[in-house]
Write a protein that binds this ligand. Structure first.
Ligand SMILES: [Zn+2]
Length: 383
């Protein structure tokens, strides 16, 4: 294996790693028969980056897209400033070294590019913030749409007087198509879904609908003494909200302010569902604190049909987790990820910076779970 000491810009321009050459030199197959037991060195408080990169590198479709060089077909004006270094890093994690020894990799270039291009502050080194930034940056690099978007979100609103399901479908589709006109990337293909919010008048039958794309769920954790599971968080997230006097709704049919009920449901479920358990509470009134409650979550068959409207098949299996240890002032991140190679036993791995260990599936569910990666069961991992 080469030792990678080049500048980030050489990385993006190096012709040896171009698809037509690289496909022959290093990727005669796409390494899908390999497994990754390669760790990432900690470059000083970079465990948040390492944990997120390992989860993305264990997202089959995304890894295949990078290791097969398919991503080069989608590069746009930004010339892959983040996509190239991330693709190279993922290939380093998944390409066997010539002597068969697994050596950890230094994520120097991904780290420096993220530092350079990010306008966010990494003061908290928050893995979720970083994951959002990385997916946004990849989306911008790999957006097949050449239209200049006004914003990454696109939503459509309509009044639904007759509760006519054909109209609802048409509205959902037109909203999604409008979003896709400007936003068409592997990130949207894999990680984006669409939800519907409805506001219902308490006096007349008026219902107003709105559709929005989403890229992850940030679920609140109920503050209770009973055992909590993911369904409790989803129930709290999707609980109807009463819009009463202070923030009442102007009903266009009653032509006056009315108490109303607002609720939201999934309309289009993503292939990969990223769930953040919202453990960090930054309430102005109190000191920031971490909610350390144990939240139980399923390894298999997470069923979202009761939170979904479109009747879409919606069963998910867990394949990766970012765990956080410590409190709001600091801590450590580790990733757990599932080996999807059926010939190697469907085990789980713990990625703790440069250490990689096998682990039992029943050790995956802990109170440290922070970001969950679920894969929808009804789709083929190779696009
Ligand atoms: Zn009304």
């Amino acid at each position: 294996m080469n030792v990678y000491h080049f500048s980030a810009f050489n990385d993006t321009l190096d012709p040896i790693h171009h698809k037509s050459v690289g496909a022959v030199v290093t990727d005669s197959n796409d390494n899908e028969g390999e497994d990754s037991r390669v760790g990432l060195d900690n470059l000083g408080n970079t465990c948040y980056l390492n944990a997120v990169v390992q989860c993305l590198a264990n997202t089959d479709s995304l890894r295949h897209y990078f290791t097969s060089y398919d991503f080069e077909d989608d590069l746009n004006r930004s010339k892959g400033l983040i996509a190239y270094p991330l693709a190279r890093l993922i290939r380093q994690l998944w390409t066997p070294s010539s002597d068969g020894v697994k050596r950890s990799v230094r994520p120097t270039h991904v780290r420096s590019l993220c530092d350079r291009w990010s306008s966010l502050s990494w003061g908290q080194n928050d893995a979720h913030e970083f994951c959002t930034f990385l997916l946004d940056s990849l989306h911008n690099d790999l957006n097949r749409s050449r239209l200049k978007p006004s914003a990454i979100t696109s939503s459509a609103e309509a009044d639904d007087d007759n509760n006519n399901s054909t109209d609802v479908h048409a509205l959902a589709n037109s909203s999604w198509n409008e979003f896709k006109r400007f936003n068409d990337s592997i990130v949207v293909d894999l990680f984006y879904g669409q939800y519907m919010s409805a506001i219902v008048c308490s006096v007349c039958p008026k219902r107003s609908l709105k559709f929005d794309p989403f890229v992850y769920l940030s679920l609140p954790i109920p503050l209770t003494h009973k055992d909590i599971n993911l369904r409790d968080c989803l129930d709290l997230y999707s609980a109807p909200e009463v819009l009463s006097q202070q923030n009442s709704w102007h009903c266009p049919q009653c032509r006056t302010s009315r108490e109303a009920t607002k609720y939201s449901r999934f309309w289009r479920l993503p292939r990969i569902l990223i769930i953040q358990l919202n453990r960090f509470c930054f309430d102005i009134k109190s000191c920031p604190e971490k909610i350390t409650s144990f939240v139980d979550f399923p390894l298999h068959n997470l069923d979202l049909s009761s939170y979904s409207l479109s009747g879409q098949l919606s069963s998910y299996d867990l394949y990766a987790v970012v765990n956080h240890y410590g409190d709001v002032n600091g801590g450590h991140y580790k990733a757990y990820a599932k080996d999807t190679n059926i010939f190697k036993g469907l085990g789980w791995r713990c990625f703790d910076d440069n250490h990689v260990d096998d682990m039992r599936p029943d050790s995956v569910i802990t109170r440290n779970a922070y970001i969950l990666f679920y894969k929808r069961k009804d789709y083929n991992s190779h696009l």
